[in-house]
Write a protein that binds this ligand. Sequence first.
Ligand SMILES: Nc1ncnc2c1ncn2[C@@H]1O[C@H](COP(=O)(O)OP(=O)(O)OP(=O)(O)O)[C@@H](O)[C@H]1O
Ligand SMILES: [Mg+2]
Length: 270
Amino acid sequence: MSSHDAEDIRVALEGVHLARGERKVFRSLQCRFLRGQITVVLGGSGGGKSTLLRVIGGLLRPDGGQVWVAGQDITRLSERQLFGMRDRIGMLFQEGALLDSMTVFENVALPLREHTKLSEHDIAAEVSRRLDAVGLPGTAGLYPRELSGGMVRRAALARAIVTDPEIVLCDEPFSGLDPVNVRRIEALLCELNERLGLTLIVTSHHLASTLRMAHQIVFLVDGEAVCGSPGQLLASEDERVAAFLAAEGAAVPDLGDRAPDATAASSGTP
Ligand SMILES: Nc1ncnc2c1ncn2[C@@H]1O[C@H](COP(=O)(O)OP(=O)(O)OP(=O)(O)O)[C@@H](O)[C@H]1O
Ligand SMILES: [Mg+2]
């Protein structure tokens, strides 16, 4: 990697192979995620989106290849070193977003207790600040079952960012939410990205949101990745990408400044 690359690329997968049982999920997967950008990972169900986040988060070791996170090949790290690295990565999981037996406060405080030596006083202040940031003030004493689906998602997001990670992985943050809550979570993610410069890697089936918020799209298909700006993906001549977008009913939206390459990418297409 050149020094310029090393500066801007926060996560890179190089030739990653991974099989689960009989199924080859990744075959020499190559993809990169840039500093301060929102990358949305798209692809059909079972295409490997959650698996990709688990590999980047160091929860799953690939069978081969390199996984660079913040300048380190994490496939070479011991479990102990991986644990140390995880406070630089926030994770919002597809399933089991919060622990049911704990209050919102305890859930959001958990990563601070695991990864820092903050005093109870500082933990309380930090948790309260994060709950305010996701629009959930005054919910600290509630249990997950007392929250709506959208509120659970926002609380889980507060937990994902509580240690000030530089990279945040969100698996399907929009699934099961009504359109108002989709917009709310989307706005929250864009705000975190802009205000804190967070590098966000988001998996999603929600195409409209994806096209509005993504700087870059990584489309997983047949164990490989097709990467580009939203404009480039929409203009892609790759049949697999076109078929996916058509099935999702992609209308070409106003991409605004999310697609700086859109004009260039489509200029060759009539
Ligand atoms: N724990 C596991 N054991 C065995 N195979 C698994 C396991 N987890 C996932 N897989 C397989 O890996 C492949 C990729 O799964 P993954 O969950 O990453 O897909 P996905 O793109 O996130 O799908 P979805 O859109 O439904 O969430 C699937 O074929 C799945 O069956
Ligand atoms: Mg998944």
